[in-house]
Structure formats: C-alpha cells, structure tokens
Design a protein around this ligand. Structure first.
Ligand code: UD1
Ligand code: CA
Length: 460
C-alpha cells in the first residue's frame, strides 16, 4: 500500500504570524487542504497528518479528505525538532511493505497528476526512494540535489549548510519524497542533528540510504511553479495569485463568463453553471452552487449558498441561503443564514432577510427587515416594513399567507399570523392575527389645524 505522511507541525517562524502557517488560506481554503486533497486525489487512501497541539483543532475541522489520521508533534525546549523527526512520528501507522509518500504541507500548488506520475515512475524503477525535483536558475533557500557520477541521487544539502559549489546546483528539493517503508524506518533511526539548525532533517535519509548502497531516483516535475513552497506572507500572496489564475481559467473553460478574472475570488469546489457572468471583485466561497445564465456583479459576496438559474445579484451579501430561479437581488441587499427565496422573488436595496422563507413572486423592494418569518407567494412587502422578531428576551416567528399586502413602514410584531389576502395599512403596528381578506389598520386620528404655521409665525 502507498501511505502518505503530510508534514504540518512546523512552527512556521518565517510567516511572522500567530496563526499556524498551514492554516493560512489561499482562495479561502487552508493551505494544508490543497496538499491533502492532491494526495487523496492521487489515490492515497491512508494519509497521516503530523500536526502540533496548537493547530490540530482547526486542521481536523477543515481538512476535506476522508479518513485522515493525525499524529501530534510536541514542540518545546528539549524536544527534538525538524522534518525528519516529524516523519518519524507517523511511522506507527506504516508497515515495512508500504511505500511512503512524504509531503511538506506548505506546497499548495501541487497537482494530483504530478503525484500520480511520481508514484508510477517510482514503482516502475524499483528504486529504494524517488524524490520529485525541480529546476531553477537560483533556487534560493531550497535544498540542493547532489548526484553521483552515474546520476543517482546521493544527498540533499540544505541551502544554509551548502558550500559555494553546491549552491550553484540548479536542481532543488521541493519536499515530495517516496520511500520504501522498511528502509525509511531504518534510516530515520540514524538521523542526527548535526547541521546549522540542530534539527533532524528528512533530507538526510537520502544520504543515509545512498551510503548503504541503495539506488535513489529523481523525478523532475514539469512545472517548477507547482512545487513552490510557502514560508512567508509575500510568498503566500504570490502563490494565491497563481492559484487564482489556474482556478478561474478552469471555470471559464467550463463556460463561466468572468470580467477581469484577476479580481474574482472563487473557492475551489464551488459549482457555477454555464453563461453565468461574474463581475469584477465578486467572491464566491464555501459549499456554494450557482446555476446557469445568472449575473453576479458589483460588491457581491456569496458564501455557502444555493443559487438557481437566471438569478441576478448586484452588490449584495449572501450567506447560508437558498435562492430560486429568476429571482433578483440588490443592489445592497443582505441574505443572512436561513433565507430561502422562491422563484421570481424581488429583493431590492437595503433589504435584509434572515431565517425566513419568501414564496414565488413575493417582493420586498426597499428598506425592509424580514427576520424569522414565513412568507407565501405573491406578497408585497412595502418600503420600511419591519418584522419585529425580538422582544429583548426571545425571538418570535410570524407567518404571512399568499397574496397578502404589507403597507409601507408597517411593524409586524411577532408572533403574528396574516392570512391569505390580508392587508396591512401603511404605518400600522400589528400585534394580532389578521384574518383572510381583512384590512388591519392602527393609526392615531389624523388632525389638520388650518393656518397653524402662519399663526405661529405672527406670535414671534
Ligand atoms: C524543506 C526541506 C528543503 C526543501 C524545502 C522545500 C528539510 C530539512 N528541508 O525546507 O530541502 O527545499 O522544504 O520547500 O526538510 N514541519 C513539521 N515539523 C517540524 C518541522 C517542519 O511538521 O519539526 C513541517 C512544516 O510545517 C512544513 C514542512 O514540514 O509543512 C517543511 O518545513 P519547513 O520548515 O518549511 O522546511 P524548509 O525550511 O522550507
Ligand atoms: Ca518550506
């Protein structure tokens, strides 16, 4: 069996961050997720993830692959440290017959296809280990690949431990290794911390095995950009741009229209139908699906939402909501969690909907708050209507049946039930149920005092 060990326990000092490096995000997904997903997509069913005590909860919660196994690396004074030590912690899950794929957790652009090719190459060659490598004119900071006269891999020398001759080598180590399980375990026992950082380096396994006469191969990756390792926040931003381009290009190839794609943020995994137009600056994240022929423009942000076909959304915020076909939203509307809109619904400017249903063709054109309410079809919610759902202690729910009319600036003090075709007069505050077809009106008597303005002025 091929098992993977994914390294995610490092301190990430160069990130200068209070958040674990592996939890920093690209297109809103934690960095580690990309590596784990590539491993899983390459067909690896057993993925052992080395985490530390601090980042474990978030990694366990956000990882998107099935059956990941976690091992904790304790970090602190007097405790060994380094990539070699981290790999060692995973060996309890590895048997001698396994082939072990070791992956640095900080290479989010890595593709599953490249891992598959590496595995094929390794199994075909019968080498004791195969290292994915890359070439660059100046691989600053990376470990250099040192080979013997026959071209077999002899050692990996860290940049900081390298002499001038070694630094001139253009082939470098991206941190993706495949080793025979038994030989790896034996070599890990021999690691020492005799290097500039005083750490146990996984890269030293190469030297240990080659000294013992084992053949180790290299497998150069086609595109060095794919194995870009992230150590700092500027590298994070650089990698995110590369990933954005890759992801958005794929959506466009599937038929999505993008205006200025460099400004659009789509989290991988979001589904978008063909001929849907995404305007500049839009973000679509989480478990979201969007139908075909929609138009999503302006300052719009959509998270965890299901949007139908031919929906028009302008400059609005939508979270954990459902929107039916042919509905239009915004500009400047907000759908909060639990908003469920039917078909041909109209939500206009400055309308907020929370934990509420709105049936087909129901409209709220301007300045309204619809919270904790179930609205049927063909209802008109006037300008300035408020569903008063909170009494300071508890939330209450109201229902409004089909065809009802709620006049402008009305307050519906929940819980209230408005029956079919019920009519609430503008400016009313409604606290009791409204019967079918009834008019509900609460207004103080209207008085007009003639010439009041002129009389007042003369007195002054
Ligand atoms: C490592 C390689 C270097 C290679 C580079 C590629 C070593 C010694 N060096 O260097 O040859 O060119 O990656 O990007 O391996 N980690 C742990 N526990 C630890 C230390 C690290 O889990 O005790 C994890 C980190 O979280 C990270 C990965 O291992 O995901 C690599 O660690 P990092 O410190 O980034 O290694 P580099 O210095 O970049
Ligand atoms: Ca690194």
């Amino acid at each position: 069996m091929i098992v993977s060990v994914i390294l995610a326990a490092g301190e990430g000092t160069r990130m200068k961050s209070d958040i674990s490096k592996l939890c920093h995000t690209l297109l809103r997904k934690p960095m580690l997720n990309y590596v784990a997903t590539a491993s899983s997509k390459a067909g690896i069913e057993k993925n052992i993830v080395i985490v530390n005590e601090k980042n474990r909860p978030i990694i366990e919660q956000t990882i998107e692959i099935p059956n990941a196994v976690f091992e904790i690396q304790r970090i602190g004074e007097g405790i060994p440290y380094g990539t070699g030590y981290a790999v060692k912690l995973g060996m309890g899950h590895v048997s001698d017959e396994d082939q072990v794929l070791i992956l640095n957790g900080d290479i989010p652009l890595l593709k599953a296809e490249s891992l598959r090719s590496l595995i094929e190459h390794h199994l075909a060659s019968g080498a004791a280990g195969t290292l994915m490598t890359a070439f660059m004119d100046d691989p600053y900071g990376y470990g250099r690949i040192v080979k013997d006269e026959e071209g077999y891999l002899k050692a990996i020398v860290e940049h900081r431990d390298a002499d001038e001759k070694t630094l001139a080598i253009k082939e470098w180590n991206p941190g993706i290794y495949l080793f025979n399980g038994k030989l790896l375990k034996e070599a890990l026992e021999e690691l020492d911390a005799d290097n500039d950082q005083g750490e146990l380096y996984i890269t030293d396994v190469v030297h240990i095995l080659s000294t013992r006469g084992h053949k180790l191969a290299t497998y150069p990756v086609a595109d060095a950009g794919e194995v870009f390792g992230i150590n700092s926040k500027d590298q994070l931003a650089e990698a995110e741009e590369l990933l954005r381009k890759r992801v958005n290009t794929e959506y466009m190839k599937q038929g999505v229209i993008m205006e200025n794609p460099a400004t659009i943020l789509i989290e991988p995994g979001v589904a978008i139908g063909r001929d849907t137009r995404i305007g500049m600056g839009v973000s679509i994240t989480g478990r979201t699906s969007i139908g075909a022929h929609c138009s999503i423009t302006g300052d719009t942000h959509i998270h965890n939402a299901q949007i139908g076909d031919r929906v028009v959304i302008r400059s609005s915020d939508i979270e954990s909501s459902e929107v039916g076909d042919d509905t239009d939203i915004g500009p400047y509307a907000r759908l909060r969690p639990g908003a469920v809109l039917g078909q041909q619904v109209h939500i206009g400017n400055f309308v907020e909907v929370k934990n509420s249903k709105m049936g087909n063709k129901t409209k709220a054109g301007h300045l309204a708050y619809i919270g904790d309410a179930d609205l049927g079809a063909d209802i008109n919610v006037g300008c300035g209507v408020v569903f008063v759902n909170y009494d300071g202690v508890k939330k209450h729910r109201s229902t409004v049946e089909d065809g009802a009319f709620i006049g402008s600036n009305a307050n519906i003090v929940s819980p209230v039930h408005i029956e079919t075709d019920g009519f609430v007069a503008a400016g009313s505050t409604i606290t009791r149920d409204v019967e079918k077809g009834a008019l509900a009106i609460t207004r103080p008597e209207e008085k007009h005092i003639l010439d009041w303005v002129y009389i007042k002025k003369k007195k002054h």
